[in-house]
Design a protein around this ligand. Structure first.
Ligand SMILES: [Zn+2]
Length: 476
């Protein structure tokens, strides 16, 4: 009996295990073969996308008697589980699922593991060691932890899944770029038109460095950055950086789509990259509280661009003020939690700016209470030290409770309780008044001698060394 109990015991009590995958790609990037060896027999494997079955060409267990069948695009494993399997994926077809497949040069493809990686769920510290066997001229870029410097070997661990992570195969410009506290793993993809990769690398470095002006280092020591040249393909909504996003899936990826025809100075004046990098100051927050992640990124994007000298202070306050006004006008009958819940499509500006209002309130409260010795930067600094990068999804209240633990007295949960489920938008006129930010006809003016003028100036204070460095970078 004791033996039986032991066998049936919950997996949670077991030591973490590491499975081992070998991934082979042919030089035409038409096929991908996986050999998966499991440290303990697994009863089910699953792919991130429901469409993965469409790209699967064949699958078998490593021994004769272990048959694997497909049903409804799902792999059906033998009841006793399997210790090993081999499968083949139609890589060329899977690559077409990526929405920029047509704007990329044929030398490189982007294929999310959601379409080609079949694996057990990774709970309780379990992981997969993935080794790539690639033709000599082929590179691969992934968001997973890098295991060694002498070959493409990585470790995939449990993580949130906010979207499908990009994995890049082929010939492209891969660089490891140092910024304070981190080495960015940057892939500059090849588009159909030429791109000035040296300028792109400088832009990524400068905007990621902006984020280190929050507390001295970049929040994730080794994120993946993927730069996709899209030309002027979105002519109706022109911008040097038409789109950016953070993808949390097997690690953190910042994806930036750029109009590669734009010069470096235009890219450096665009806020998108700073906004996306700022998202990494927080972990992945569940969708119904995403006004917190968006709001903190909006707040910090303006704060950091001012500290780095890209914005002057008055311009940054104007941007913050304008944002709050857009937030106020956006679906006033909804609370931030309702606007974020996903069932309501409008209210985007409420989602983007409610959290930015709360970030400013928290920052001012922290600074005022401590006589300037504690700020929102300090709380985020301590939060990074305890909790980032995080392998899971956080709820808004859980995050704010953690912030309060890290602060000398609670600030965040009281603000959450007051505003998260309250319709309308926080009234910021009192705080603007005390900071010495007067508004007439929608224009912000800085008033001398205001009660909290020192706090106002400290929040956006330009870091002159950083500003000078950024200017030199743009000039070279
Ligand atoms: Zn955002």
């Amino acid at each position: 009996m004791p033996l039986l109990l032991l066998l049936a015991g919950p997996a949670a009590s077991a030591e973490p295990i590491q499975h081992s995958y070998t991934v082979t790609v042919d030089y035409l990037m038409s096929r991908l073969w996986v050999e998966a060896r499991f440290s303990r027999p697994v009863e089910s494997v699953i792919a991130g996308s429901r469409d993965a079955g469409k790209f699967l060409l064949d699958v078998r267990g490593c021994s004769e008697e272990q048959q694997i069948r497909m049903r409804n695009q799902r792999m059906m494993l033998p009841e006793l589980g399997i210790a090993c399997m081999n499968y083949t994926v139609d890589l060329a077809r899977a690559a077409m699922a990526h929405r920029f497949s047509k704007t990329l040069a044929p030398e490189n493809i982007v294929v999310s593991p959601a379409y080609w990686m079949w694996r057990p769920e990774l709970r309780n510290g379990n992981s997969i060691r993935i080794r790539f066997r690639l033709p000599e001229t082929m590179q691969v870029a992934v968001p997973w932890k890098k295991l060694s410097d002498d070959g493409p070997v990585f470790v995939l661990e449990q993580s949130p899944e906010s979207a499908y992570a990009p994995v890049v195969f082929g010939q492209f410009d891969y660089r490891e770029i140092q910024v304070p506290g981190a080495v960015l793993r940057v892939s500059l993809l090849r588009g159909i038109d030429e791109m000035d990769n040296a300028a792109m690398a400088r832009w990524v470095r400068a905007t990621a460095t902006d984020v280190s002006l929050a507390y001295g280092r970049f929040p994730n020591p080794s994120p993946q950055v993927v730069v996709i040249p899209v030309g002027g393909s979105r002519s109706n909504d022109w911008s040097a950086v038409p789109f950016g996003r953070v993808i949390r899936d097997g690690g953190e990826t910042i994806e930036l789509q750029v109009d590669q025809s734009q010069p470096l100075e235009v890219l450096l004046a665009d806020w998108t990259a700073t906004h996306e990098f700022s998202h990494l100051l927080l972990p992945y927050v569940e969708r119904k509280h995403r006004w917190i992640s968006e709001g903190f990124a909006q707040y910090y994007q303006n704060v950091l661009l001012s500290r780095s000298g890209a914005y002057d202070q008055l311009y940054a306050w104007q941007k913050i003020y304008d944002g709050y006004e857009r937030g106020r006008q956006s679906r006033p009958e909804l609370s931030p939690n309702e606007a974020s819940s996903g069932s309501v499509r409008a209210g985007l500006m409420k989602v983007y700016w409610s959290g930015a209002a709360i970030a400013l309130m928290a920052d001012v409260q922290l600074r005022e209470r401590s006589g300037g010795t504690e700020s929102l930067d300090d709380i985020l600094d301590r939060f990074q030290a305890c909790c980032l990068p995080s392998n899971r999804v956080w709820s808004g209240p859980e995050l704010f409770a953690q912030f309060d633990e890290l602060a000398s007295a609670p600030v965040f949960m009281p603000l959450y309780k007051r505003f998260a489920d309250t319709a309308g938008f926080p009234d910021m006129s009192g705080i603007f008044e005390r900071l010495g930010l007067a508004v007439s006809d929608g224009k912000v003016h800085i008033r001398r001698g205001a009660e909290l003028h020192a706090i106002r100036d400290a929040i956006l204070e330009t870091d002159h060394a950083a500003a000078e460095w950024r200017e030199q970078l743009a000039a070279n």
